[in-house]
Design a protein around this ligand. Structure first.
Ligand code: TYD
Ligand code: MG
Length: 475
């Protein structure tokens, strides 16, 4: 089969100034940038002056363009479809990133099985594993579909040829770092290979109107290994996150040309693959110890969906050593800021205490509405007083120790009430929110400052513990 009607050759192209050369230079002869030359496939298209008839190109009135939104293919995994914005859009190129071993192949194999059973054939290009390995995983998760085709192949050209004949409804490339095109001398996973492979898959997806998934591994720094460039080229970037040794996984869209980017899907890694978690709040609070100091319940909003999560803090005296601040699932800089506010505004002497903060379930909380929960958890551990068992905490903390309002308050409170919480400590209410919250079956307590909120959140001190040595004065 002829590879292409165009002539292809490779050049080295400077990423800074666009200088082209037939060979490699460590330093660009034109702009002087180091290591900026990347091997690139150049396609010489037959020019229009060559006398050959050009395929005509014409613009289309916007009103005549049919919207792809109406033709979505639902995968049938509710949590996955939610993140995609309601299903797959024909011709979309979607990158699924995540740490090695987090479950990317498992998720896509499950999705592939569903699509194959419900919609039509799926081509799974296994460039990392043999067909036997994929089959073993498929047996484990109970995926069995006649329409699911496996192709253990690392040559992208060969794989795309198969796709042209098979005409699948969905293509999966596992992974973009292990496929290659023959024209480039560099090895798979390099910037030039990954970029060229992505560009060709993009062309295939748009021409064949087939959604294509790319798996991409993430390096320790959290960047899709090798080139970030893939993120810019694709239509959607999804991340599968979670702590490797926790069972929960969160699927998050960080870019989505066909939907919103703030929806998340929650899964649990079980023996038979990833199970959807329809009620994350209940699951995340399952193992909470009641009346334990250092534990607080927050309500975070992931997209349109409120989720209740337990935050734990532990403070422990260190004597003269440098105190440590460690955060799992929470931003370390934000933690430092909250500790500084607690020191300055409440007079807590945390300078000689290690502080550890942990968001349970392996989740990552990024929104500032979690501030109050983290601050109260630290205060609770520091003073050895548990947080009241019936109370959830919502609020952003400012540098002056003031509580600031957060978005989606009514939805958060609704979720807390439906999980049986009777009380919420929150920032001062606007008039509109006062009306909204008055109808909820839980008591809403507003606090203006973090000091006030802590006083309202902690249970009575047990008489055995004296706080006089640690707390100078409450602001
Ligand atoms: P995998 O999908 O291979 O990860 P990735 O493609 O992101 O590298 O998942 C690997 C991990 O998932 C592996 O450590 C085993 C675990 N796992 C389960 O716990 N249950 C299962 O049913 C499957 C298939 C995998
Ligand atoms: Mg894999």
């Amino acid at each position: 089969m002829p590879r292409s009607r165009h002539d292809r050759s490779t050049r080295w192209v400077c990423q800074q100034c666009g200088y082209e050369s037939p060979g490699f230079y460590g330093r660009c002869p034109s702009c002087g940038a180091w290591n900026s030359l990347v091997e690139t496939v150049i396609v010489d298209r037959p020019s229009s002056s060559s006398g050959r008839h050009r395929t005509s190109v014409h613009a289309v009135p916007l009103a005549h363009v049919t919207s792809a939104g109406e033709r979505r293919l639902p995968i049938g995994l509710g949590e996955f479809d939610r993140v995609l914005g309601g299903g797959l859009v024909p011709g979309a190129l979607i990158l699924l990133g995540g740490d090695p071993g987090i479950g990317k192949s498992t998720l896509l194999l499950q999705a592939a099985g569903n699509v194959a059973n419900r919609i039509g054939s799926v081509l799974y290009i296994a460039a990392e594993e043999s067909a036997e390995q994929v089959k073993l995983r498929a047996d484990r998760i109970g995926v069995n579909a006649d329409q699911l085709y496996l192709l253990p192949e690392t040559s992208l050209t060969a794989a795309l040829d198969v796709a042209q004949t098979l005409k699948p409804r969905v293509v999966i490339v596992d992974s973009i770092q292990t496929v290659f095109v023959e024209e480039l001398a560099s090895s798979p996973g390099t910037v030039s290979q990954v970029r060229e492979c992505t560009a060709r898959l993009m062309r295939y997806a748009k021409e064949a109107h087939v959604p294509v998934f790319l798996v991409g591994h993430v390096t320790k720094e959290g960047v899709i290994a090798g080139p970030r460039v893939v993120e810019h080229m694709v239509d959607a970037v999804l991340y599968l996150e979670g702590e490797r040794f926790h069972q929960y996984r969160v699927l998050r869209a960080v870019k989505n040309r066909f939907g919103s980017t703030d929806e998340v899907g929650v899964f649990e890694m079980a023996d038979h693959g990833l199970q959807e978690v329809g009620n994350p709040s209940g699951v995340f609070l399952e193992q909470r110890l009641h009346d334990a100091p250092g534990s607080a319940v927050i309500v975070t909003l992931e997209g349109t969906r409120p989720i209740l999560i337990e935050v734990q803090a532990l403070t422990s005296p260190v004597g003269y050593a440098m105190p440590r601040r460690t955060a799992t699932g929470f931003d370390l800089n934000r933690l430092q800021l909250l500790v500084a506010v607690l020191q300055k505004r409440l007079g807590y002497r945390l300078g000689h205490h290690d502080i550890f903060v942990n968001v349970t379930g392996g989740l990552r909380v990024v929104e500032p509405a979690a501030d109050l929960g983290v601050a109260v958890a630290i205060a609770s551990s520091f003073t050895e007083r548990p947080v009241r068992d019936d109370t959830v905490l919502i609020g952003e903390i400012g540098l002056s120790g003031e509580l600031r309002s957060v978005s989606g308050l009514d939805r958060r409170l609704q979720e807390a009430a439906s999980l049986g919480f009777q009380r919420a400590v929150i920032p001062p209410l606007s008039e509109r929110n006062q009306v909204l919250t008055s109808r909820l079956p839980l008591t809403v307590v507003s606090a203006r400052t973090v000091a006030e909120a802590i006083r309202l959140s902690l249970a009575e001190a047990s008489p055995a513990v004296s706080l006089q040595d640690d707390v100078e004065a409450e602001a």
